[in-house]
Design a protein around this ligand. Structure first.
Ligand code: HEM
Length: 490
C-alpha cells in the first residue's frame, strides 16, 4: 500500500512539473493575482503607473490577469511593433464599454477579421475622397483655428483668463464634421460636443469602476458601476448621428456623394451581396457605428493634445520663446502657416512630438486579443490572450529617454537643431495592423493649430493660480484637469 502511495505521489509530482514547465513556456511571468479579480485592484487607479512599475521589475514582457483572463503587457517599442504587426493580433478585447458605443460588433474599432478589414478600408477611402490628409483640408482647418483665436481673444477681454480646451474642441470637431457631413457646425450649437463629453465621461467612469474590464459588474451593479450612465450616453449619440443619416437620406442622390455619410449611403444602396458588410440591417449598423467612431476617436484625442500642449508651453516659457522665434522666422506675421512650412519648422514638430510623448494621452492604447495561437520569441501565446501595449512605459523609459520626466523638445532634434530625428520609441498611435487611421489628419491639425495659435498668441500662467499643475483625470485617456491661462496677442 505504502509503495503504491509513493508511486502515486511521484507520478502526480512528475505530471505537475511537466505542466508547470509547459505553462511557464507559454506566458512570461508577472505579479501574483487574485481569483476572479486578477490584478484589477492594483490597476484600478492609475493602472498605467502600476504597469510601468511592474515593467521595471519583470522586463519587456510580463503577464497580468484582467479578471480571469490573462493579458500580456508589452513594454518595449520593438516588441510592440512586431507583435501588433502580426495578423493574429488584430482581435479586440470585448470590453462592454466599447461594445456599447457601437451597440455590438459593428464599424471599425470594435470589429475583427473580414468585417473589420472591409469597414476600415472603406472608411479610409471615403475620408481620403473628402479631403482627409490632403492640402485641400488646409483652408478649412485654418478657418477653424482663426475662429478659436477670435473666441480666445473675446474670452480674454471678458474674463482676463481663458479655458482654451473648449475652443480647440469646437475647431477640431468642425474639421471632422465638415468632411463627414459636408456642413460647418453652427458656432452656437454645442449639442453634439456635449454628447461626446458625456460619452467620454462615462468611459472614464467605467475604467474607475472596473466595468470596462469586468463586464459582469453591469448585472450586479448597473447603477454604481456606471453601466446605466454608459447606455444613456451611447443611446444619445446613436440618436443624434442616426438623425444626421436620416437628414442626408432625404437629399441623397445615388452616384453623387457630397460627403462621407453619402459615401456610406451609396454603399448601402449598392450592396446586393448578402456577404457584404454593407448589406441589410447589419450594413446600416456598421455605417452608423463607423461614423460615431470617427467623432469619438478623433475629437477628444486631437483637442486634448492641443490642450496639454498649451499647458506645457505656459509653464515652459523658454520652449514657447523658441517656438515663437521659429514661427516668426519661417512664416512671419503677414500670412497663414501652411503644411508646406512643416519641413522648415523642426522645432514646432519636436514640440508636438514631445507633448505626445510626455502626456501619453492613451497610456495603454487599445487592448487587443489574439485570434489564434502564435509563437512569439520563446513563448507560445494562446488564442484569446489579451495584449496590452504599454505606451506610457515606452514613452517614459529612462533607458531610452534619459530624463523622461522633463519636457524637452530638443530630444527630437539633431545636434544643430536643424532636423527632426524620428524616434523608433514613439508609439502614440499604436503601431501595428490596426494603427490609428486618423494619424495623418491628427498630425496636420496639430501642426496648423500650433503654428497659427502661437503665431498670434503668447500663453502665460493665470496670475491667480500661477503654479504649474500637470495633474490629470485618469482613465481610458489621461485628460488634463481644467485650467485657465492668460493668452495675450503678440
Ligand atoms: C493625437 C491624436 C490621436 C491619437 C493619440 C490616437 C491614438 C489612437 C490609438 C492608440 C489607437 C489604437 C490603435 C489600435 O487599436 O491598434 C487609435 C485607433 C483609431 N483611431 Fe486614433 N488617435 C488620434 C487621432 C485620431 C483621429 C483624428 C481620428 C479620426 C479621424 C482617429 C481615428 C481612429 C480610428 C477609427 C481608430 C481605430 C482603428 C482600428 O481599429 O482599425 N484617431 N488611435
Amino acid at each position: 500500500m505504502i509503495t503504491e502511495l509513493v508511486i502515486f505521489i511521484f507520478v502526480v509530482f512528475i505530471f505537475q512539473r511537466i505542466f508547470r514547465k509547459k505553462d511557464f513556456c507559454r506566458l512570461p511571468a508577472g505579479p501574483r493575482s487574485l481569483p476572479l479579480l486578477g490584478n484589477m485592484l492594483d490597476m484600478k487607479r492609475n493602472g498605467h503607473l502600476k504597469l510601468s512599475e511592474w515593467a521595471e521589475q519583470y522586463g519587456p514582457l510580463f503577464t497580468v490577469k484582467i479578471g480571469m483572463k490573462p493579458a500580456l503587457v508589452v513594454n518595449d517599442a520593438k516588441l510592440m511593433k512586431e507583435l501588433f504587426g502580426h495578423s493574429a493580433a488584430t482581435g479586440k478585447f470585448k470590453s462592454i464599454t466599447i461594445s456599447e458605443l457601437t451597440k455590438g460588433p459593428y464599424g471599425v474599432v470594435n470589429t475583427e477579421g473580414e468585417l473589420w478589414h472591409e469597414q476600415r478600408q472603406f472608411l479610409i477611402r471615403s475620408l481620403i475622397n473628402f479631403g482627409f490628409g490632403k492640402p485641400s483640408m488646409e483652408p478649412l482647418i485654418l478657418a477653424d483655428v482663426q475662429e478659436a483665436i477670435d473666441w480666445i481673444k473675446k474670452d480674454m477681454d471678458e474674463h482676463g483668463t481663458v479655458e482654451v480646451f473648449n475652443m480647440y474642441k469646437a475647431g477640431v470637431t468642425n474639421a471632422l464634421w465638415c468632411i463627414v457631413s459636408g456642413e460647418r457646425q453652427s458656432k452656437e450649437d454645442h449639442s453634439f460636443s456635449l454628447l461626446i463629453d458625456a460619452f467620454l465621461d462615462s468611459v472614464q467612469n467605467s475604467i474607475k469602476s472596473g466595468l470596462f474590464f469586468l463586464s459582469w459588474l453591469k448585472t450586479i451593479a448597473p447603477e454604481s458601476s456606471g453601466y446605466n450612465y454608459l447606455v444613456k450616453t451611447t443611446d444619445d449619440l446613436h440618436d443624434y448621428v442616426g438623425k444626421l443619416f436620416d437628414k442626408h437620406r432625404e437629399t441623397f442622390t445615388p452616384g453623387s456623394p457630397r460627403d462621407v455619410i453619402d459615401c456610406y449611403l451609396e454603399q448601402l444602396h449598392n450592396a446586393t451581396d448578402p456577404e457584404s458588410t454593407f448589406f441589410g440591417s447589419n450594413g446600416e449598423k456598421n455605417s452608423l457605428a463607423a461614423i460615431i467612431e470617427i467623432f469619438e476617436a478623433g475629437m477628444i484625442t486631437s483637442s486634448q493634445t492641443l490642450n496639454w500642449l498649451t499647458l506645457y508651453l505656459t509653464h515652459h516659457q523658454h520652449v514657447q520663446a523658441k517656438l515663437h522665434e521659429e514661427i516668426d522666422r519661417v512664416v512671419g506675421q503677414n500670412r497663414d502657416p501652411s503644411l508646406f512650412d512643416k519641413p522648415k519648422m523642426p522645432y514646432t514638430e519636436a514640440v508636438i512630438q514631445e507633448v505626445l510623448r510626455i502626456t501619453s494621452m492613451a497610456p495603454l492604447g487599445v487592448i487587443h486579443e489574439l485570434l489564434h495561437d502564435i509563437k512569439f520569441h520563446e513563448y507560445r501565446l494562446p488564442k484569446g490572450l489579451l495584449l496590452i501595449p504599454n505606451i506610457y512605459h515606452v514613452h517614459h523609459d529612462k533607458k531610452i529617454w534619459g530624463d523622461p520626466e522633463n519636457f524637452r523638445p530638443e530630444r527630437f532634434l539633431n545636434k544643430d537643431e536643424s532636423r527632426v530625428i524620428e524616434s523608433n520609441a514613439m508609439v502614440a498611435f499604436q503601431p501595428g495592423k490596426r494603427q490609428c487611421l486618423g494619424e495623418p489628419l491628427a498630425k496636420d491639425v496639430l501642426f496648423l493649430y500650433v503654428a497659427k495659435i502661437f503665431q498670434n498668441l503668447h500663453a502665460f500662467p493665470d496670475p491667480s493660480n500661477p503654479a504649474p499643475n500637470f495633474d490629470y483625470d485618469d482613465g481610458y485617456l489621461l485628460i488634463a484637469k481644467p485650467y485657465r491661462v492668460v493668452m495675450k496677442s503678440r
